[in-house]
Design a protein around this ligand. Structure first.
Ligand code: 57M
Length: 358
C-alpha cells in the first residue's frame, strides 16, 4: 500500500524514488514484521493463556513432552498477522503472484485454525479428519495452480538443479505436480513442528533462500546471467519472503526452548503452503526439496516408519518423525533442534551454490 501512496511523490521529492526498489521494500517489510511480532507477541501469548488455547500433550509421545502440557498454541495467528500486514504495507498490490501466495497462505491457515479450534476449543483431540484436511488442501492448491496455468503465469516445464539445458515438459500434468508440491510441503512442515523451534528454523532458512531466488527470477539481467527462468513480476515475492523470515524470527523469540508458545496447525500448514507455492512460482520445485531437506527427511521418516510397521510390525526409527528418534536416543531437545537448524543452513548454502554450478 505504501508503495502506491509514496512512490508517486518521487516526482516532487526525489528521495521517494527509493520506494520503487524491491530491495528497500523487502528490508522495510522485514523490519515491519519483526517489530509487529515484538509489539503484539507478549500480549497475544497472554491472550491465549487467558482463553486457555492450550496444547494437549499426547501420552504416547516422549515423556519429556509431558511438561509441555498447557503451553499456549495457535501462535501461527501471530505469525500470519505480522506476515500479511507487513506484506500488504510494502508490496505492489497490483502484483498477481503476491495475491496467489497470500491466498494459499491464508486458506491453509484457516484449515489449520479449523483443526486447532476443533482440538483445543471443542476438546476433540483428533481434530478434523485427515481426509477433510487433505481435501481442503488439495482444493485450494488446485485453484491456485489452475489460475496460474490459465493466466500463463507459470511454465509447465520442470527444471533441475545443475542441469541448465534439461527441462521436463509436464504440460497438463504440471497442475497435479504443483498441487503435490504445495500440499506435500504444507504437511511436511506440519510433521516437523514437534519440538521447540524445530519447524520455524528451517522455515526461516527456506524463506531466506527463496527471498534471493524470487529476486533473481524477477530480475532479467541476473536471471540471464545465472541461466535461470526469468519470470517478470516474481521479484515482488522477495518482499513476502522477507516478511516470512522476520515474522519467523519474531515468533522464534517466544518459541525457542522452552517454548512459551506453539504455532499450531494454523502456522505450520500456512507456512508450508506458502513455501510450496513460492517454489512453483519461481520454478524451483526441485531446489525446494534440497533447501527444505529437513522437511523432506521428517516426512520420509514417517512414511517409511508407517509402511515398515504395517508390513513387518517392525519400526525403522525408535519413533517417527525422526526428531523423536534422536530424542529417544538421549539427545536433549535443544540439541536436536539446533543440529536440525545447522543442517537446514548447510542445505540452503548447497541449494544456492547450484545456481552457479550449472
Ligand atoms: C503434527 N504435532 C506435534 C503443536 C504444533 C502419522 C503421524 C506421524 C502423525 C504425527 C502427528 O500427529 N503430527 C501432527 C505434529 C504436536 O505439536 C502440535 O502440533 C502443531 C503442529 N502441527 O504447533 O501445536 C506436539 O509436538 C510438540 N511440540 C513441541 N514444541 C513445539 O514448538 O514440543 C510442538 C511444537 C506438541 C508438543 O508435544 O503436543 C506432535 O508431535 O503431535 N504423529 C506424531 O508425530 C507422533 N508419532 C507417531 O505416532 N509415530 C508412530 C507412527 C505413527 C509413525 C511411530 O513412530 O510408530 C508423535 N507425536 C506425539 N506423540 N505428540 C509421537 C507421539
Amino acid at each position: 500500500m505504501l508503495y502506491h501512496l509514496l512512490y508517486p511523490l518521487h516526482e516532487s521529492f526525489n528521495a521517494f524514488n527509493v520506494f520503487k526498489y524491491i530491495t528497500f521494500r523487502t528490508f522495510a517489510a522485514g523490519l515491519t514484521a519483526l517489530l509487529l511480532s515484538f509489539v503484539f507477541g507478549p500480549a497475544f501469548i497472554r491472550f491465549l493463556k487467558v482463553k486457555q488455547f492450550e496444547q494437549a500433550i499426547r501420552t504416547d509421545g516422549p515423556a519429556s513432552h509431558l511438561v509441555k502440557q498447557g503451553t499456549p498454541t495457535m501462535g501461527g495467528i501471530l505469525i500470519l498477522f505480522c506476515l500479511i500486514v507487513a506484506t500488504l504495507l510494502w508490496v505492489d498490490l497490483k502484483n498477481p503472484y503476491v495475491w496467489i501466495v497470500l491466498g494459499v497462505t491464508l486458506t491453509y491457515g484457516l484449515i489449520g485454525f479449523w483443526d486447532d479450534y476443533t482440538k483445543i476449543i471443542l476438546k476433540n483431540s483428533k481434530g478434523i479428519s485427515a481426509k477433510t484436511k487433505l481435501f481442503c488442501q488439495i482444493m485450494f492448491a488446485t485453484l491456485a495452480a489452475l489460475w496460474m496455468y490459465q493466466n500463463q503465469a507459470i511454465s509447465t516445464d520442470l527444471t533441475f538443479p545443475f542441469l541448465k539445458n534439461f527441462v521436463l515438459p509436464l504440460g497438463y500434468f504440471y497442475i497435479p505436480f504443483a498441487v503435490l508440491v504445495i500440499v506435500g510441503t504444507s504437511n511436511a512442515v506440519n510433521l516437523t513442528d514437534g519440538l521447540d523451534g524445530l519447524a520455524i528454523g528451517p522455515v526461516i532458512t527456506v524463506a531466506g533462500t527463496f527471498l534471493l531466488l524470487c529476486y533473481i527470477a524477477g530480475h532479467a539481467k541476473i536471471a540471464q546471467y545465472l541461466q535461470v527462468a526469468f519470470i517478470p513480476g516474481t521479484g515482488e515475492l522477495a518482499i513476502f519472503c522477507g516478511a516470512i523470515v522476520t515474522a519467523g524470527l519474531g515468533f522464534l523469540w517466544f518459541s525457542s526452548y522452552p517454548a512459551a508458545i506453539f504455532m499450531g496447525d494454523v502456522g505450520s500448514l500456512a507456512l508450508g503452503g506458502a513455501l510450496g507455492t513460492l517454489a512453483i512460482m519461481v520454478k524451483q520445485e526441485i531446489l525446494l526439496m534440497i533447501v527444505g531437506g529437513i522437511f523432506v527427511a521428517e516426512a520420509v521418516s514417517v512414511i517409511s516408519q508407517v509402511i515398515s510397521y504395517k508390513l513387518t510390525k517392525k519400526r525403522i526409527f525408535k519413533m517417527a518423525p525422526v526428531h523423536h528418534h534422536f530424542e529417544l536416543l538421549g539427545w536433549p531437545e535443544p540439541k536436536v533442534v539446533v543440529r536440525f537448524w545447522i543442517i537446514s543452513i548447510v542445505l540452503a548454502l548447497i541449494a544456492l551454490s547450484t545456481l552457479k554450478l550449472r
